[in-house]
Design a protein around this ligand. Structure first.
Ligand code: ADP
Length: 688
């Protein structure tokens, strides 16, 4: 076995690989970009080496630099994770030339599977079932049009070199064929540098079912059952599960055999995934083979009690596969949800920023290896694979995945219940995340009843994207109580030792009078919907308050009391109803987590802006991590209120930082091209 390996990746997968290596007593070397200097994967490895700027092509894709680091640090092998260099045959060759073991398949197998058309020709020879179609070399438009007519519409055009759901076009009829072909070829050449396409029958309501295969250097090749990854958005996986619902033993064996045949046809070694597209009647066809460890490999680990990274390391070191086909069994059911920093309501637009508050579900400690949380005598059932911690940033440079949440249950029903419970416990403040969307998805009728196909999300659009609901009364009451209690603490702190002195307490306390105060909140983070405003009236009494919503017609004042508070966790009583929740304050925004929901309520503080002319544009700090694209301010120059001072770019959008008042720029702290962290001061400014 290796003594030291280099992990040529970042984020959760780098941490995942490091965890297994540590358990096996293998030392790890991390590589990182400038943007990742404080990243979790750097912290969890034994050594870490900076390899370049944030842009992946200058860092994580620089095979030459990574190989040099491996040589310099004495690593014997390189684990590429997924993405980046993991399916790069030239990199695998370069590792071999440098005397390093590439933890993955032989370069020849990657090349064979790299082109969708060539792979299909190979699979045809190996008698693996293929979607009816044309995957030959003739790219003449008239010829392809005739082939499409022969296949029968709808037809799917795919870029042969494509991946990640890009370069695909559905063609409904012969008349639309040539335009679709031209646009598919344009996208193929611009995304993959190769305009070769293939055409195949576009299946109706198909399922995506893939088989995990594993081969060693001694000629053994087995499959570790299937994963159903049908729940996708724009051809990208959102939920994955194992085993596939309604799979029969015969079909599982047939798909497993086909996948093993596919792997053997290319001389495969290591972990690989053969993706099939399946009709509702169960017939299935080869789509492609991913020659690496998949994002969703944990669901397979959970149901088989294996550590697939350990298997990868053993196979790469020349050992035989740890198990034989007939030693593998399926135990229970596992589901994975990809937690993304994104805004489902805004077309799944990535969201970047800092994870100001991150609380994950009670992770039932998932120890990789010996004590797998797979029900094999262990009660553990919740696993979180994450590459970030509270305080870390989701930057625009890399995939905005925050974590993978994986649950195990004795059966699908139990796994589903655990998933929805775990999602209800997930708290993220600082950026938009897809938690609420995932919760609706797993609790929705279609997924719960396993009515699966790749169009599940589109088909259930209305249920998955309900109109924004007004904040629950209890959430408003929790925010109000948190606000009032925080004010009490603040004024107590101000008056020092005299905390009990009512004269020292500025807020809320009025002698002998029931003081009534109005609080105004607006929805924050509410995606596409316009923000709603909420006016709350709080009347202070001796031991409790009266809570009222003057704007709503049929409300009347209700008794509100604080039953208990522990840090940010509150139990209150509103009328006859008890509410429990945790309230996290981020600036003016109160994030209320209660009943499995997250309400972000922006408090409109009348005091905060009393002395200011206008708060708008008053911020001289970076609103999110990004890059400075223009510096318009000059040191010592007078500026007028509203003048643009610095322009930043983040998430392909420009953000202008302008002067809050008339004044002087005393110092410009960054230059064009600099990366700035979220919240970093950009300028020193003196108001005139
Ligand atoms: P990529 O390499 O870009 O991920 P794939 O060939 O794996 O492309 O296909 C991605 C997704 O597109 C599949 O998971 C499935 O949802 C859909 N898809 C692919 N081929 C077909 C087909 N013939 N009919 C219907 N849907 C398909």
């Amino acid at each position: 076995m290796f003594k030291k390996i280099l992990i040529a990746n970042r984020g959760e997968i780098a941490c995942r690989v490091a965890a297994t290596a540590r358990r096996l007593g293998i030392k790890t070397v991390a590589v990182y970009s400038e943007a990742d200097a404080n990243a979790k994967h750097v912290a969890v490895c034994d050594e870490a080496v900076l390899i370049g700027p944030a842009a992946a092509k200058e860092s994580y894709l620089r095979g030459d630099k990574i190989i040099a680091v491996a040589k310099a640090t004495g690593a014997q092998a390189i684990h590429p994770g997924y993405g980046f260099l993991s399916e790069n045959a030239e990199f695998a060759d370069a590792c071999a030339e440098a005397g390093l073991v590439f933890i993955g398949p032989p370069a020849s197998a990657m090349r064979a599977m790299g082109s969708k058309s060539a792979a299909k020709s190979l699979m045809e020879k190996a008698a693996v079932p293929l979607v009816p179609g044309y995957h030959g070399d003739n790219q003449d438009a008239d010829f392809l049009n005739r082939e499409a007519d022969r296949i029968g519409y709808p037809v799917l055009l795919k870029a042969s070199a494509g991946g990640g759901g890009k370069g695909m076009r559905v063609v409904e009829n012969s008349a639309a064929f040539k335009d679709a072909l031209a646009s598919c070829k344009r996208e193929a050449i611009s995304s993959f540098g190769d305009d070769k396409v293939l055409a195949e029958k576009y299946l109706q309501r198909p399922r995506h079912i893939e088989i995990q295969v594993f081969a060693d250097t001694l000629g053994n090749c087995i499959y570790l059952f299937e994963r159903d990854c049908s729940v996708q958005r724009r051809h990208q996986k959102v939920l994955e599960e194992a085993p596939a619902p309604n799979m029969t033993d015969e079909r599982r064996a047939a798909m497993g055999d086909a996948a093993v045949a596919a792997a053997k046809a290319v001389g495969y070694v290591g972990a690989g995934t053969v993706e099939f597209i399946a009709n509702q009647d169960g017939s299935f066809y080869f789509m492609e083979m991913n020659t690496r460890l998949q994002v969703e490999h944990p669901v397979t680990e959970m149901i088989t009690g294996t550590d697939l990274v350990e298997w990868q390391l053993r196979v790469a070191a020349g050992e035989p596969l740890p198990k034989k086909q007939d030693e593998l069994r399926i135990h229970g059911h596992a589901i994975e949800a990809r937690i993304y920093a994104e805004n489902p309501e805004k077309g799944f637009l990535p969201s970047i920023g800092t994870l100001r508050h991150l609380e994950t579900p009670q992770a039932v400690n998932f120890e990789l290896g010996g004590t797998l949380a797979n029900g094999l005598g262990h009660p553990a059932a919740v696993r979180i694979d994450s590459g970030v911690r509270e305080g870390d940033a989701i930057s625009p440079f890399y995939d905005p995945m925050i974590a993978k949440l994986i649950v195990w249950g004795a059966d699908r029903k139990q796994a589903l219940a655990r998933m929805s419970q775990a999602l209800a416990q997930y708290q993220i403040v600082g950026l938009a995340a897809n938690i609420a969307f995932l919760k609706r998805l797993v609790e929705g009728e279609a997924f719960a009843t396993a009515d699966l196909d790749t169009g599940l999300i589109e088909r259930n659009h209305d249920a998955l994207f309900p109109a924004a609901q007004p904040a629950a009364e209890g959430a408003l009451a929790l925010a109000a109580v948190a606000l009032i209690e925080a004010e009490k603490d603040a004024s107590a702190a101000q008056s020092g030792t005299n905390a009990a002195d009512p004269w020292g307490q500025a807020l809320g306390w009025r002698m002998n009078t029931a003081y009534t105060r109005s609080l105004s909140f607006t929805d924050d983070y509410t995606a596409a919907q316009p923000a709603k405003a909420y006016n709350v009236q709080i009347t202070y009494r001796d031991a409790d308050w009266l809570f009222n919503r003057p704007a709503s017609a049929d409300t009347h004042p209700e008794r509100l009391s604080l039953m208990s508070q522990q840090g940010t966790d509150f139990s209150i009583k509103l009328g006859d109803t008890a509410w429990h929740g945790s309230v996290r304050r981020d600036g003016d925004v109160f994030h209320v987590f209660t009943g499995g929901a997250h309400y972000a309520l922006a408090y409109n503080d009348p005091m905060a802006h009393a002395g200011e002319t206008e708060a708008e544009g008053g911020r001289l700090t970076a609103p999110m991590p990004g890059k400075v694209v223009a510096v318009l301010a000059e040191k010592g120059k007078d500026v007028k209120k509203g003048d643009a001072l610095v322009i930043m770019e983040a998430m392909k959008m420009e953000h202008t930082i302008s002067a809050p008042h008339d004044g002087v720029v005393e110092e410009v702290l960054y230059a064009v091209g600099d990366q700035v962290a979220d919240g970093a001061p950009l300028l020193a400014f003196r108001a005139a």
